[in-house]
Design a protein around this ligand. Structure first.
Ligand SMILES: Nc1ncnc2c1ncn2[C@@H]1O[C@H](COP(=O)(O)OP(=O)(O)OP(=O)(O)O)[C@@H](O)[C@H]1O
Ligand SMILES: [Mg+2]
Length: 361
């Protein structure tokens, strides 16, 4: 039994990141020119995979990645910095240790304190965060370094996190590569484009979009060839269905591949699609049920390509104000995207489920 060539379980390893050449080249150029950049895109659009590829391609530069994804508290933010400094790269860890000593604190002791179960033994996270940020910046100044903050919007979990970071970095924008990635567009824009925020205009914003049809065709051709199966024209069917949403494309490619063990994948696409629908149903319907009613109505209208302010909205008893508010929240949380002035659901599986189970008009 062959293993599926289509992986949808987490960030891709650098050598599997395809279809992102333009974006990767652009980001590498920005890092090389020391232009701080924020990479924005919805969940599961391949941000972390692109960052991994950039780190692997920049062989002359050390990359330190701070993963803020799990951060919900100030202590979590301290833990994330600690992990980035001590766990990823032995050279970085040694440097962090000696720099922290010159700054007057013991990073190993701090780590021990973070694990303390008694509240009185826990370190003050604000002080620890500030010390670790200073250490990080000094480590980065020692030799060519790229600092990556993934899920940067989570920095809001620590009071004045962005201000502390800005103070540490302000004289060094030309000395250190800086990339910030995030999946909450409104929170990220707030950090980089809101006049009251300390990072105002400190980074260019670059968006990660869906995979192009060409990228999907290449990805699928390559995976099928490596495993000696025949795709036929299934890549176009998949792109038509997913719109190039990276995770959904991989899941669809996997389903198509599974159904093609003794037949061309395009001839079995109907079965692959129904298995995808069955597998996705609990998650997409669960997500939908958790949303407030006005947001549900807006999603139904958009999925069925109906206007938010029209007969169908009236039938759904959706007021103009309610529709506007719900739309703005859905855009902020990246459930909806604005594609050339047209609203679209980000998740093609949710859109498909809505059209089938909650049609409008
Ligand atoms: N270049 C790519 N080509 C094909 N599929 C991709 C690509 N990049 C990502 N994917 C698919 O999307 C999934 C999620 O990728 P990744 O974790 O990099 O996204 P992310 O935007 O960082 O997601 P999250 O919001 O969970 O942090 C991968 O498991 C893979 O299936
Ligand atoms: Mg990610």
């Amino acid at each position: 039994m062959k293993l599926s060539p289509f992986d949808y379980t987490g960030p891709l390893p650098a050598e599997r990141v395809t279809g992102r050449d333009e974006l990767v080249d652009d980001l590498i150029e920005r890092v090389t020119a020391r232009r701080p950049t924020a990479l924005l895109g919805p969940r599961r659009f391949g941000k972390t995979s692109v960052l991994t590829k950039i780190a692997a391609d920049l062989t002359e530069i050390t990359t330190v990645t701070i993963d803020l994804m799990p951060v919900q508290s100030p202590h979590d933010a301290v833990r994330a910095l600690m992990a980035a400094l001590l766990d990823a790269d032995a050279v970085v860890a040694a440097q962090a240790e000696s720099i922290s000593a010159t700054l007057g604190f013991n990073i190993a002791v701090l780590r021990g304190e973070l694990r303390a179960t008694r509240r009185s033994q826990q370190p003050d996270p604000t002080v620890a965060f500030s010390n670790l940020i200073d250490t990080l910046v000094k480590v980065a100044l020692d030799r060519p370094t790229l600092i990556v903050f993934d899920e940067f919007q989570q920095i809001a979990a620590i009071d004045n996190g962005t201000a502390v970071l800005r103070t540490a970095l302000q004289h060094h924008y030309k000395d250190v590569g800086l990339l910030f990635a995030g999946s909450q567009p409104s929170a990220m824009r707030d950090i980089f484009a809101n006049p009251t925020q300390p990072f105002l205009f400190q980074a260019d914003i670059v968006e990660i979009g869906p995979l192009s049809l060409g990228a999907v065709v290449d990805l699928i051709a390559d995976g099928f060839r490596r495993t000696e199966r025949t795709p036929g024209a299934v890549a176009s069917l998949i792109h038509e269905f997913t719109g190039g949403h990276p995770l959904r494309t991989m899941q669809a490619a996997h389903a198509a591949w599974q159904h093609a063990d003794d037949d061309r994948a395009d001839q079995r696409w109907g079965e692959a699609l129904s298995s995808l629908r069955t597998a996705a149903q609990p998650a997409v319907s669960g997500l939908y049920e958790q949303l407030a009613t006005d947001r549900q109505k807006v999603l139904r209208l958009v999925a069925s390509a109906r206007p938010l302010f029209g007969v169908e909205a009236d039938q759904l008893r959706l007021s103009t104000g309610g529709a506007q508010h719900a739309r703005d929240r859905l855009l902020a949380e990246a459930h909806l995207a604005d594609r050339n002035g047209q609203l679209a659901l980000v998740d093609p599986f949710l859109a498909d489920w809505l059209r089938r189970e909650r049609p409008v008009g």
